[in-house]
Ligand binder design. Structure first.
Ligand code: SAM
Length: 215
């Protein structure tokens, strides 16, 4: 989940010519790598900047995130919410919540974020909101199920983004060489390709984001 879609030197060039990461986000990134063994899961500077700019353009009132981790992507997206907007985010692991909450407070977005703790498959049916944007970034084998669970909660013209759809480039390997997660990502990509209710763009940023727009 770490191999960038771009060659390393091109990726570094792109990062150099992207707005610098804020000191707060850089500190969150650092603390995540120090305090968790899974720092690679964090969206990071490039993807975070993309999410922030996309939200600034979309001006969403309701965002849903599946997979909070230490709150990096939630913070980036919350900064683009419209006045009065709210971001709901779900994670099964409540141990990480303190880190996320600390940085959300420092950024002044705590009152715009609702943290749900539990298995996303159980939490999603309880959310009675209409979302402008859903960001799916949790356990890969469940993406297809999460997509089905959120679809009717997304407004027409709204977006569903799914992270890691290139799965470290493994999705192009022969099936017998793919890991369980890469197979799940490939099946998810096929599912979206066959869904005539949406238009979609597989963006080769970082580990691949499937951008899906509900018609
Ligand atoms: C890739 S990380 C999320 C990264 C975060 N969106 C970011 O960009 O900083 C995936 C998260 O999904 C959570 N997760 C895994 N399985 C889950 C499930 N069944 N329900 C809810 N969250 C789950 C993990 O605990 C982990 O924190």
């Amino acid at each position: 989940m770490t191999r960038p879609a771009l060659p390393q030197n091109i990726g570094e060039y792109a990062e150099k010519f992207t707005t610098e990461e804020s000191p707060l986000l850089a500190a969150l990134d650092r603390e995540t790598h120090i305090k968790t063994a899974r720092g690679v899961m964090l969206s990071g500077h490039m993807q975070g900047t993309f999410l922030k700019l996309f939200c600034a353009a979309l001006q969403p009132l309701r965002i849903l995130e599946v997979g909070t981790f230490t709150g990096y992507s939630a913070l980036c997206m919350a900064q683009g919410l419209r006045e009065g907007g709210m971001l709901h985010t779900i994670d099964i692991d409540e141990e990480l919540h303190d880190i996320a909450a600390k940085y959300w407070a420092q950024a002044g977005v705590s009152d715009k974020i609702v943290q749900h703790t539990g298995d996303a498959g159980d939490v999603l049916p309880s959310l009675n909101e209409t979302f402008d944007l859903v960001f799916i970034d949790a356990d890969k084998v469940s993406y297809g199920r999460y997509y089905d669970q959120v679809f009717d909660k997304v407004r027409p013209g709204g977006f569903i983004f799914a992270d890691n759809v290139l799965y470290d480039g493994e999705v192009v390997l022969p099936a017998e060489l793919q890991s369980k997660n890469a197979k799940a990502m490939h099946e998810f990509n096929e599912k979206i390709q066959a869904d005539t209710r949406v238009e979609h763009f597989l963006m080769g940023l970082r580990d691949g984001i499937m951008m899906i727009r509900k018609k």
